[in-house]
Design a protein around this ligand. Structure first.
Ligand code: F6P
Length: 339
């Protein structure tokens, strides 16, 4: 009987449980295979912290945020001896194939393990939607809906006070959430890391708009935009930049330049918590079932991906090749509504 190991690593994302459910159900019901859940990402693979997963374990988790397997940012090549530190768990549990659900960093580690001899299938995961090789990642749609709802609410309070409101959203290096959320919420300006901004221009646009009689402006700011002045980046426990708060630096400058009272809302982890949208549930389910099929076929070094409306497999190396930015055409659509 084939045994599939599954782990979730890196930041969580709505839809992880739907992927796990998809893998377990497809593997056990369709392929008569076994699934071993690895706890807390790579950490569990290094420590041998694993549990057999069957249909009962995944009952009722489709709509739940977070991940029943837990997650961590530990990495066998950084915090262990690479392949050697996971080989024992793979062997002891007869794991034939590993399904790794994670973002670009996790997928890079998966690729290294594959090159070192493990059989690996990747499932791209991030609310940021910036993984190369796939048109969409699950979790993104949910985050965009949360941003859209927030903008709708912030617009009415801004309008009551003739204010400018800056809404800071996630997006470490790319502005997908900002662009989609901004378009959906009807924002007046959207600042993303891919497009340099000029605060004088932003202010001029806001001034013109309020002079025309409009009583509010909503500026969506991706957390990864360049800060207006030199800033020492805080690090998390694993040495990654801790983003969040650039809008607090921008707000007083915009207030000075426009003369309009300016307020800030940082949405932060609200965008990552809670139940996945229907779109994300379906996408995650399709990706999970496809990953199980690929594992059973004996494939390795591939990643499931959404291309158009299809779920396909692409080389894992493609998913690790770059961080995918917002395309010009999409941002141009957003710009049409600036001001
Ligand atoms: O990469 C996904 C993401 O949600 C980013 O948008 C954000 O900067 C980061 O994770 C936050 O990570 P943490 O949960 O470690 O603060």
């Amino acid at each position: 009987m084939s045994v599939i190991g599954v782990l979730t690593a890196g930041g969580d994302c709505p839809g992880l449980n739907a992927v796990i459910r998809g893998i377990v159900t497809r593997a056990t019901q369709t392929h008569d295979a076994e699934v071993v859940g690895i706890m807390n990402g790579w950490e569990g693979l290094m420590d041998g912290d694993v549990n057999l997963l069957d249909e009962r374990d995944v009952r009722g988790i489709l709509g739940k945020g977070g991940t029943i397997l837990g997650t961590s940012r530990k990495d066998p090549y950084v915090h262990g001896e690479g392949f050697a530190s996971v080989a024992k768990t793979l062997e002891r549990n007869d794991i034939d194939s590993l399904v790794v659900i994670g973002g670009d960093g996790t997928l890079r580690t998966a690729l290294r393990l594959e090159q070192d001899g493990a059989k690996v299938i990747g499932v791209p995961k991030t609310i940021d939607n910036d993984i190369a090789g796939t048109d969409f990642t699950f979790g993104f749609d949910t985050a965009v809906q949360i941003v859209t709802d927030a903008i709708d609410r912030l617009t009415t309070t801004a309008e009551a006070h003739n204010r400018v409101i800056l809404v800071e959203v996630m997006g470490r290096t790319k502005g997908w959430i900002a662009t989609y959320g901004g378009i959906a919420g009807g924002a007046q300006v959207i600042l993303i890391p891919e497009v340099p901004y000029d605060l004088e221009e932003v202010a001029a646009l806001i001034r013109r708009r309020h002079r025309r009689g409009e009583k509010y402006s909503v500026v969506v700011v991706a957390e990864g935009v360049a800060p207006p002045h030199e800033t020492e980046m805080q690090k998390d426990a694993f040495g990654f930049d801790r983003l969040g708060g650039v809008a607090y630096q921008l707000a007083p400058l915009i207030e000075d330049l426009t003369g309009y009272e300016t307020r800030v809302t940082v949405l932060g982890h609200l965008q990552r918590g809670g139940t996945p949208s229907a779109f994300d549930r379906v996408l995650a389910t399709r990706m999970g079932t496809k990953a199980a099929d690929l594992a059973i076929e004996g494939q390795s070094g591939v990643m499931v991906a959404m291309r158009g409306a299809e779920i396909v497999s692409v080389p894992l190396a493609l998913g690790c090749s770059e961080i995918r930015g917002v395309d010009d055409d999409l941002y141009n659509t957003a710009e049409t509504f600036f001001g």
